[in-house]
Write a protein that binds this ligand. Structure first.
Ligand code: ZN
Length: 182
């Protein structure tokens, strides 16, 4: 997810996949013990790509790694608060819903209001393999749900009506075509 106010400059380093890349629609598999070295190498690269974008969340499928791994940093108070979530699972969600504007580094420049549970509790493993839980509301709740959706091949536009989704996808395709044509 990009921050609320975000011009998106070119991304150095690990490239972020853009819709309609099929890897963004693919369900990622759980991280297992055999993935330890891969995850250790991937996490700093994902943070670098996310901060450079700039973004506040990035899921492994967005850089072509189909693993249940995501990184988040809301950059509150303009300071870094990096969180690594391995095999994250939403274990509780509020009945109360909240609507906020979302964007996605895989749909650059596109934003829409998305309605989701206002609060969620997420169980995950941190980068040391320790079991952790995080509870979020507001931006954190939206970001957690948005990033975990990526692990199931779900994009924020999939929460919109087909009409709105197609409008955004067509606009993105047109803007990218125009950018290529210079
Ligand atoms: Zn996203």
């Amino acid at each position: 997810m990009p921050p609320a106010i975000a011009p998106a400059p070119a991304q150095p380093g690990l490239p972020i996949l853009i819709v309609p890349d099929q890897r963004l629609k693919t369900r990622a598999r759980p991280v297992g013990p055999a993935d330890e070295a891969k995850v250790r190498a991937l996490v700093p690269q994902m943070f670098a790509a996310m901060y450079a974008a700039p973004g506040i969340g990035l899921a492994a499928p967005q850089v072509g790694a189909l693993l249940r791994l995501t990184v988040i940093d809301l950059m509150e108070d303009d300071k870094k608060h990096p969180i690594v979530l391995i095999n994250p699972e939403i274990v509780a969600a509020s009945e109360e819903l909240a609507t906020r504007e979302e964007g996605c580094l895989s749909l650059p420049g596109q934003y829409a209001d998305v309605t989701r549970p206002a609060r969620v509790k997420v169980r995950y493993l941190d980068e040391t393999g320790a079991k952790r839980e995080i509870e979020g509301e507001g931006l954190l709740a939206a970001c957690l749900q948005h990033e975990i959706d990526h692990l199931d091949g779900v994009l924020f536009v999939d929460h919109l009506s087909a009409l709105k989704r197609n409008m955004i996808l067509r606009r993105l395709a047109k803007e990218r075509r125009q950018a290529r044509e210079g």
